[in-house]
Design a protein around this ligand. Sequence first.
Ligand SMILES: *[C@@H]1O[C@H](CO)[C@@H](O)[C@H](O)[C@H]1NC(C)=O
Ligand SMILES: *[C@@H]1O[C@H](CO)[C@@H](O)[C@H](O)[C@H]1NC(C)=O
Ligand SMILES: *[C@@H]1O[C@H](CO)[C@@H](O)[C@H](O)[C@H]1NC(C)=O
Ligand SMILES: *[C@@H]1O[C@H](CO)[C@@H](O)[C@H](O)[C@H]1NC(C)=O
Ligand SMILES: *[C@@H]1O[C@H](CO)[C@@H](O)[C@H](O)[C@H]1NC(C)=O
Ligand SMILES: *[C@@H]1O[C@H](CO)[C@@H](O)[C@H](O)[C@H]1NC(C)=O
Ligand SMILES: *[C@@H]1O[C@H](CO)[C@@H](O)[C@H](O)[C@H]1NC(C)=O
Ligand SMILES: *[C@@H]1O[C@H](CO)[C@@H](O)[C@H](O)[C@H]1NC(C)=O
Ligand SMILES: *[C@@H]1O[C@H](CO)[C@@H](O)[C@H](O)[C@H]1NC(C)=O
Ligand SMILES: *[C@@H]1O[C@H](CO)[C@@H](O)[C@H](O)[C@H]1NC(C)=O
Ligand SMILES: *[C@@H]1O[C@H](CO)[C@@H](O)[C@H](O)[C@H]1NC(C)=O
Ligand SMILES: *[C@@H]1O[C@H](CO)[C@@H](O)[C@H](O)[C@H]1NC(C)=O
Length: 421
Amino acid sequence: MLPSEGWLRAPRAVSLLCFLQASSSFEVKDSSGKVCIIADLTVAFSVEYRVGGQKEFVHFFLPQNASVDSQSSCGKDNASHPVLVLDFGAGHSLSLNFSESADKYQVEELVFHYNLSDATLFPNSSTVGMKTVSHKSVIQAHMGTKYRCINSKHINMKNANVTFSNVTLEAYLTNGTFSVNKTECAEDMVSTTTLAPTTPKQTTGPVPTPGPAPTSSPPNPTVGKYNVTGPNGTCVLAYMGLQLNITYPKKDEKMALELLNFIPHNTTSSGRCDNTSALLNLTFEKTRVIFQFALNASAEKFFLQGVSVSTTLPSEAKNPKFEASNNSMSELRASVGNSYKCSSEENLQVSDQALLNVFNVQVQIFKIDGDKFGPVEECQLDENNMLIPIIVGAALAGLVLIVLIAYLIGRKRSHAGYQTI
Ligand SMILES: *[C@@H]1O[C@H](CO)[C@@H](O)[C@H](O)[C@H]1NC(C)=O
Ligand SMILES: *[C@@H]1O[C@H](CO)[C@@H](O)[C@H](O)[C@H]1NC(C)=O
Ligand SMILES: *[C@@H]1O[C@H](CO)[C@@H](O)[C@H](O)[C@H]1NC(C)=O
Ligand SMILES: *[C@@H]1O[C@H](CO)[C@@H](O)[C@H](O)[C@H]1NC(C)=O
Ligand SMILES: *[C@@H]1O[C@H](CO)[C@@H](O)[C@H](O)[C@H]1NC(C)=O
Ligand SMILES: *[C@@H]1O[C@H](CO)[C@@H](O)[C@H](O)[C@H]1NC(C)=O
Ligand SMILES: *[C@@H]1O[C@H](CO)[C@@H](O)[C@H](O)[C@H]1NC(C)=O
Ligand SMILES: *[C@@H]1O[C@H](CO)[C@@H](O)[C@H](O)[C@H]1NC(C)=O
Ligand SMILES: *[C@@H]1O[C@H](CO)[C@@H](O)[C@H](O)[C@H]1NC(C)=O
Ligand SMILES: *[C@@H]1O[C@H](CO)[C@@H](O)[C@H](O)[C@H]1NC(C)=O
Ligand SMILES: *[C@@H]1O[C@H](CO)[C@@H](O)[C@H](O)[C@H]1NC(C)=O
Ligand SMILES: *[C@@H]1O[C@H](CO)[C@@H](O)[C@H](O)[C@H]1NC(C)=O
C-alpha cells in the first residue's frame, strides 16, 4: 500500500454553531484522486482510565480538526481493504476498516487507539502509553447506497465506548459523491422500542439487519371479555381489544414509541359501580388502564367519561414511570339498556403522549339484563363503513331494475311490432 494513497483532507463541512458536537466530513482518495470513502459523522468517546487506585471517566468528541491519516486507503482489489484513519489530539486515532461482501459493504472493524500519556485528555493517568480497543462489524449498508443514521449507535469496548450519531457514510464510491439511495440504520427506521422478547408485547421493533425492511405495524390486539359485578348484578360488560400507543422522550431526548397490546388471558379486571358511575380497572403486566363510565341521567345514556393509564416504559426512557389521564371524554355512548358496538378501530386520546386504541368494542353499562348485551347501537364509523356497500348495493339494484324495465318495454314493443305485420 502506497502511503500517498491516503490524502489528507480538512473537514469539508463545518458547522460553526457548536464546535464540539458538529458533524465533520472526511474523504479518502486513491492515488488518481478518485474519492472512495466519504464520512460525515459525530463521534463521542467515553474512556475509563486509572488515577492512583481510582477509576476515572473522560468524555470527549472527535474534534473538528481531526485529520485523515496517510494510512487511509482505498484498498487494492483483494489485497487490502479500504480504511479511513482519523488522527486527533496527541496521538489518538479512530480507524474504520471496510470490507465488501456480495451486495453489501461494512465497517468490518472499528479500532480506537488512545494515548494515555496525553495529559490534557487523561490528567494524572497512572499508566502511560498507547492503548488499543477494537470492535468488529459495526455498520453495514447496501453497495451503491450511503449509510445514514441520525440516531446514536453505541459501541461498547473494553474501557472505552464510542458513540456515533448523525452519520452519513459511504465506501466503495464510484461517483466521487454520496449515492442518492441510502441504507437507513435500524435505529432510524423505527423509533419504537422492543421490550423483553419473551413477553407478547406487540412492539414494532427495530429490524436487526439494515436494509429496506418495511416498518410493519403490530397485529390487532385480541378481544378480551371483561365484566364488573355491582350490588344489583353485572353492571359493566365490555368486550374489546386494547392497544396502548405512547410517545415518550428517551434519555438522549430523541422520541420513541411504544405500542402495547393487552393480552386478555394475562389481564386482570376489577371495578365497581354505583348509581351514576362505573369503573373498569384492567391490569396487564406493569400496565393499568382504568375506564370511568358515567350516566347522563337526563338522556338515560351511559358514556365513557375518563381513561387513566399508568405503565412502566423501557429503561431507555427519560422517565420510565408513565401516567396520563383524561376525564373529559364522551365516547362509547349508548342508551341505558342498549349496548354500544364498534367494529372499526377507535382512537381515544388520553394525552398528547398517550393514545388508547380500541378494537371491536362492545360495551354496556349499568343495566344489563341476564348478563347479556342488549340491542346494539352501532358507532358512526361503522355506519359510514356500512354506507358504502349499501350505496353500491342500491346502485346495483337500480341497474338491475333499469335493465329489467328496458327488457320488458323492448319485449312489449317487439310483440306490438309482430302484431302490425
Ligand atoms: C448532522 O450533520 C449535518 C452536517 O453533516 C448538519 O448540517 C446537521 O445539522 C446535523 N444534524 C444534527 C441533528 O446534528
Ligand atoms: C485542533 O484544535 C484544538 C483546539 O480547538 C487545538 O488545540 C489543536 O492544536 C488543533 N489541532 C490541530 C492538529 O490543528
Ligand atoms: C485476487 O484474488 C484472485 C482469486 O481469488 C487472485 O487470482 C488474484 O491474484 C488476487 N489479486 C491480488 C492482487 O491478490
Ligand atoms: C484496520 O486498520 C488498522 C489501521 O490501518 C489496522 O491496524 C488493522 O489491522 C486493520 N484491521 C483489519 C481487520 O483490517
Ligand atoms: C460503556 O457503556 C457501558 C454500558 O452502557 C457502561 O457500563 C460502561 O461503563 C461504559 N464504559 C465507559 C468507558 O464509558
Ligand atoms: C453519478 O452522478 C451523476 C450526477 O452527479 C448521476 O447522474 C449518476 O446517476 C451517478 N451515478 C451513479 C452510479 O450513482
Ligand atoms: C435507487 O433505488 C431505486 C429503487 O430501488 C432504483 O429504482 C433506483 O434506480 C436507484 N437509484 C440509483 C441512483 O441507484
Ligand atoms: C364475570 O362473569 C363471570 C361469569 O359470569 C363471573 O364468574 C365473574 O366473577 C365476573 N367477573 C366480575 C369481575 O364480575
Ligand atoms: C401512535 O401515536 C403516534 C403519535 O400520536 C402516531 O403517529 C401513530 O400513528 C400511532 N400509531 C398507532 C398504531 O396508533
Ligand atoms: C400469560 O399467560 C400464559 C398462559 O396463561 C402464561 O404462560 C404466561 O406466563 C403469562 N404471561 C405473563 C407475563 O403473565
Ligand atoms: C340496585 O337496585 C335497587 C332497587 O332496584 C336500586 O334502588 C339501586 O339504585 C340499584 N343500585 C345500583 C347500583 O344500580
Ligand atoms: C385496580 O386494580 C389494581 C390491581 O387489581 C389495584 O391495585 C388498584 O387499586 C385498582 N384501582 C382501582 C381504582 O380500582
